[in-house]
Design a protein around this ligand. Sequence first.
Ligand SMILES: *Cc1c(COP(=O)(O)O)cnc(C)c1O
Length: 472
Amino acid sequence: MRYYSTRNRTDPVSFATAALTGLAPDGGLFVPEAIPQFPQAVRSSLGTMDFHDIAFETIRPYVHPEIPDTVLGDMVLSAYPFTAPLIEAGDRLVLELFHGPTAAFKDFGARFMARAFSYLRRNEEQPLHILVATSGDTGGAVADGFFGIEGISVTVLYPKGRVSPLQERQIAGLGGNISALAVEGSFDDCQALVKAAFADADLRKHLALSSANSINVSRLIPQAVYYAAASGRALAGRVDPDGDATPRDQAKSGGNSREDGASGGLPWKGVPLTVCVPSGNFGNLTAGLYAMGMGAPIRRFIAATNINKTVPDYLATGDYRVRPSQATISNAMDVGAPSNFERMAAHWSYEELRRMIQGIPVTDDETRSTIAAVHERYGYYLDPHGAVGWKAIDKAAGPANGPIGGAPIDGPVAVLATAHPAKFAETVEPLTGPPPVPASLKKAMEREPNARTIPADISALKEALISLKDPL
Ligand SMILES: *Cc1c(COP(=O)(O)O)cnc(C)c1O
């Protein structure tokens, strides 16, 4: 597969170049020259295929021939020792994307990206150094994804005192090839420092630098996998049993009655899935559009946002206006200028996007009342991001269907649960009581955070990076 910049369709690059450089030299985002199609044999067996086989078939055309099939097969096995169960909660389906080590969907992209980078750099002498600025969530997923990966070291910059204790342990508790810098400043300062480091010729002489932010194609493509898997299962009338980290109150819900594959007769069998995606930078939704373009049986998408509703407003009016972000309780979606919009607009026209996506904004009050009501009725704990998605489905179904428990929209509908509720316990717990804590988060909480504090100053960052590289 060749990749173009969204701003210039004349100089295609390889997957390796697109992945390792991240952003195109003209400032655009890399997009595949065409969206590949699943072979018919794959398309018709998505409902029964193993998750790793679906991962292989989904990713392969985007990385072929640079990542050979045998290598890709091993990569998906080692990246995904967990899956994405499609479970039932009340009147709808929930695609749980938090069964990975940091309990949020970014594990799917970060863990594949780390392995792809390591393979693509296998013949390089110089180790690669990844710099990431984080406001909390991305840093943890990237740190965990790259932990122990050969030939690559990572430095995560986070605003000192402004991430949660859990996030700090996820970022700064691993050690090994992962270093953490607590910056005396804001997230914006961290981002400015990373930018300054990339622009510093002297530093680049010492270190092979790369980034791992969410616009990287190697993080985006693997996110198409769980859309293909879930839509295939739904079409076959199947759901999954609860996973280990499924946050269900057994006493309240009576447990999940479904056994794997035993539910062949669900009422929506044969009808394509409507998928609701809680969105911020719109990387996750773009990956869903890729899966649909490849032939996954998806009817359409609901793009759920919090009050940062740049894209819903665009879909409603045709007018794309970025704005400053506003803080909400679903803070991983506090984005006023979604970075992946440029990618969506490069592939599809406004009319096409409008046919595929319905945009629905949700307020913090609505989010809180949804977390409480879904727990009260169904014994299921939503995190604030998943709750935005749940509420958006209610709103999309129209007022006649009531606030919760409305009829499904044109067949099966699934909301993406992008994070585990225990990650946002400070918001969830007052509404539902304490959510169950998955093993991955318990393990992270036991780690001792070990970060070096630096002022928000490029010379301090340079010094820290060079001393990491050269401990002598
Ligand atoms: C990153 C994130 C989102 C937003 O995903 P985008 O791909 O940026 O739209 C939603 N929920 C959670 C929990 C996240 O971490």
